[in-house]
Structures are given as structure tokens and as C-alpha cells.
Design a protein around this ligand. Structure first.
Ligand SMILES: Cc1cc2nc3c(=O)[nH]c(=O)nc-3n(C[C@H](O)[C@H](O)[C@H](O)COP(=O)(O)OP(=O)(O)OC[C@H]3O[C@@H](n4cnc5c(N)ncnc54)[C@H](O)[C@@H]3O)c2cc1C
Length: 366
């Protein structure tokens, strides 16, 4: 098979990129390893989140905000093609604080970012009483929250499914259950070998394999400085409306359950949840929303984030093989609209290019 673009990885990042390329009229084949792989896209928290992103790198704050702004039309398109409601809500969100000190410390960081962005960074500090007006079910231990009107959430599994349908609808080829084992540059093209599949020849190859990029990246001249970071999440039974907006650690999903998370731990390639972590998450959620003390937990799970050393995305074109690209990020749900949108201009050498200069691998060179 021959294709203009081969995308290695059919998670949210690979599918978002594939969708954007197909919309630009390119031929695209997505190869995905399948259920045996680590798949962050199936275990995440579903936030489309702006606040706290890029506190030390304004370019990342801007990039995130641009994706959040593009999200509504992106989600509308996927809903129309797939006929799946994504339940995108972008009505603002909170980071709740349990002490005045931590609220104040974060406020100072946000103010620092705001001044670096020339005043254009929306957030509000809400004390306990102001927050209680918006969220009557918070508990007495809550000190307050930082609120950003650009924050929101989406049903991440439906987004993944919707993108799968949309990619197929636009004529993309999606091969699942085929782990890519080798990528060989051949002149201006690439020959891709996958388990149980005929080889593929591609003009361009995009490595969007999440943690799978660690082994494939060096073949294409990438350093792939990424690591797994474990996050654990739990979800309760369906409950009557308990909160109006998502908070970074607890949100009510469209079906009614309360999703609580996510922890973060450096435990290598370990995606097993443990009782101590889940109990800690639950106790903290009850402090924030005491009514949760009576809720029944339905399910818990762990998944692995794909982390770069500074937590920012990596968008790198291979210097050795210019038709090869490496794309990875910490927040693939939030950035899906940017990946389907302007990042396609970068991948296709369009006349107008997004500025991704802050996100190259060379920033890690000492
Ligand atoms: C607990 C947790 C909470 C999170 N919460 C949020 C959130 O609220 N908002 C947000 O924006 N982001 C969140 N994230 C991050 C988000 O889930 C990830 O950024 C995103 O899923 C990464 O997508 P991906 O496609 O790069 O990786 P993955 O979903 O891991 O997909 C990689 C794909 O590559 C395939 N693959 C791997 N190796 C190969 C190979 N050799 N050949 C072929 N295919 C291969 C795998 O099969 C897999 O499907 C969270 C992550 C975690 C773990």
C-alpha cells in the first residue's frame, strides 16, 4: 500500500492529526498496535483545560488557548460526521484550593503569566463564599478556587470513537492490531513494517505512538525524551446534579457519575491502580464535596501519561529524515482541536505556518 501520510498510533493524537490531514485532501493510513499497548486516550480525565497550562512558557498557554477556542467547531464537525454527542461543555472551570496559602501562591503565578502575556490571560480568584454561590455543594474546608472561563470538558471516549468514525468517513485507512516494528527511510519515502500486515510505503510518516514512540523514535533520528507518568481515576454511580462546572480534580460527567482524579506517580510502565491512592483521591473529593461521602464508587483505573521533561508538547521534524515528524503531548484531549487544525499546516508545509518553535526537541539540549 502507498499513502501520502502514515501515522503511527491511533490514539487521540494520531486520530486528530489524521482527521486534519484528510480534511486537507491528503491520503492517510493510521496504524495502531491495539489493546496490548498503553493507551492514555482510553484512560484520561476528559478536561479541555486552559488554566495552569504554560505558567512558565507563555507559548504553551497561547497554544492551549487557541485549541480551546477552536474546540467548539471541531467538536461540532466530529458530532455531525459521527452522529455521536461529545457533550462538550466550555462554560468555565475551577482549580479548587483547600488553603488560602496555596490559592495565593497560584494567584501570583497566574498574575506573572498574565503580565508576560500583556494582560491577556483570563482568570478570577474566588473566595469560599463566591465559589459557594456558584457551587452550593462545596464543603467548609474549601478555601476558594481559581476560575477560568475558557476551561471545559468533553466525553473523551466518545471523542475518540467519533474521530475514528470521522477518519474512516473521510476515506482514511485505519489498521488496528498491527504493531509497527520498523520504519526504514528509503530515499524520499519510508517503508513501514507492522506485525501481520503488508508493508506500507509513505511519503511522510508521523510518529504519534504515545509511549510506543520511545522505541521507534531513534530509528527516525528523534531523541524522544518522554516517560510514563501514572494517573489514577475513579468514578461513582450516577448522581443528581452535584456541580455545575468541572474542577481539575473532580467533575460530573454527562451521564451523571462523578469522576475523581487524577493522581500522578513516577512508577515506570505500571498501569495498575492501588487502594491507597484511590482512597486518598476519594477522601480529598469528599473534603471538596461532602455529599460524595454517600456515593458508591463504581470503577477505578490507572493510565499512563506521556510526559516530556518540561510537560510541554513535542513537535519535531526529523533533521535527518525531513519527511518524518514526532508529535506527542501531555494534554491530547485539550490539544485535539489544534492538532486537527493548524498543526496540519505544519505537517503539510502550508504557506502559512503555526509557530511551533517553542516545542522542538532541541529545547532539551544542554
Ligand atoms: C490519568 C490521565 C488523565 C488525563 N487527563 C487529561 C485531561 O483531562 N485532558 C487532557 O487534555 N489530557 C489528559 N490526559 C492526557 C491524554 O490522555 C493524552 O495526552 C493523550 O491520550 C495522548 O494520546 P496519544 O494518542 O499520544 O497516546 P495514546 O492514547 O497512548 O495512544 C498511542 C497509540 O499508539 C499506539 N502504538 C504504540 N506503539 C505502537 C506501535 N509500535 N505501532 C503501532 N501503534 C502503536 C497504541 O496502540 C496507542 O493506541 C490524561 C492522561 C492520563 C493518563
Amino acid at each position: 500500500m502507498e499513502t501520502e501520510f502514515a501515522i503511527i498510533g491511533g490514539g487521540i493524537v494520531g486520530l486528530s492529526l489524521a482527521y486534519g490531514l484528510l480534511r486537507r485532501g491528503k491520503t492517510v493510513c493510521v496504524l495502531d498496535e491495539g489493546d496490548g499497548a498503553f493507551r492514555a486516550s482510553r484512560g484520561n480525565f476528559g478536561l479541555v483545560w486552559v488554566q495552569s497550562k504554560g505558567l512558565h512558557q507563555p507559548a504553551y498557554a497561547q497554544w492551549t488557548r487557541a485549541s480551546a477556542r477552536a474546540y467548539r467547531s471541531f467538536a461540532d464537525e466530529i458530532e455531525t460526521v459521527s452522529d455521536l454527542p461529545l457533550n462538550l461543555q466550555q462554560d468555565g472551570g475551577y482549580i479548587i484550593h483547600m488553603s488560602e496559602d496555596s490559592l495565593d501562591a497560584d494567584r501570583k503565578l497566574y498574575e506573572g503569566l498574565r503580565s508576560r502575556l500583556g494582560g491577556d490571560y483570563p482568570f478570577e480568584v474566588m473566595g469560599h463564599n463566591a465559589l459557594k454561590t456558584e457551587e452550593p455543594n462545596i464543603g467548609p474546608k474549601v478555601a476558594g478556587a481559581l476560575y477560568c472561563k475558557e476551561d471545559g470538558h468533553v466525553n473523551p471516549l466518545r471523542l475518540l470513537r467519533g474521530l475514528t468514525v470521522a477518519v474512516r468517513h473521510l476515506g482514511g485507512t485505519l489498521r488496528t492490531g498491527h504493531k509497527v516494528t520498523d520504519i526504514t527511510p528509503q530515499g524520499e519515502e519510508f517503508s513501514i513494517t507492522a506485525e501481520d500486515a503488508a508493508p506500507i510505503t509513505a511519503e511522510k510518516v508521523v510518529l504519534a505512538a504515545g509511549l510506543g514512540a520511545m522505541s521507534l523514535g531513534p530509528k527516525l533520528g528523534f531523541k524522544t525524551p518522554i516517560r510514563p507518568q501514572q494517573g489514577q481515576i475513579l468514578i461513582t454511580e450516577k448522581l443528581p446534579k452535584l456541580m455545575n462546572r468541572p474542577n481539575v480534580e473532580v467533575r460530573q460527567v454527562d451521564e451523571g457519575g462523578i469522576q475523581i482524579g487524577a493522581s500522578s506517580a513516577e512508577v515506570g510502565l505500571n498501569d495498575r491502580e492501588d487502594v491507597a491512592t484511590i482512597a486518598g483521591l476519594a477522601a480529598h473529593a469528599v473534603d471538596m464535596f461532602p455529599k460524595l461521602a454517600r456515593a458508591r464508587m463504581l470503577r477505578s483505573w490507572a493510565a499512563l501519561r506521556i510526559m516530556s521533561p518540561d510537560g510541554l508538547p513535542i513537535y519535531q521534524r526529523s533533521t535527518r529524515y525531513p519527511g518524518a515528524y514526532f508529535v506527542t503531548c501531555h494534554s491530547g484531549i485539550t490539544l485535539a482541536a489544534a492538532h486537527a487544525g493548524v498543526l496540519g499546516d505544519w505537517l503539510t508545509d502550508a504557506a502559512e505556518q503555526p509557530d511551533v518553535s517553542a516545542f522542538g526537541e532541541d529545547r532539551f539540549d544542554v
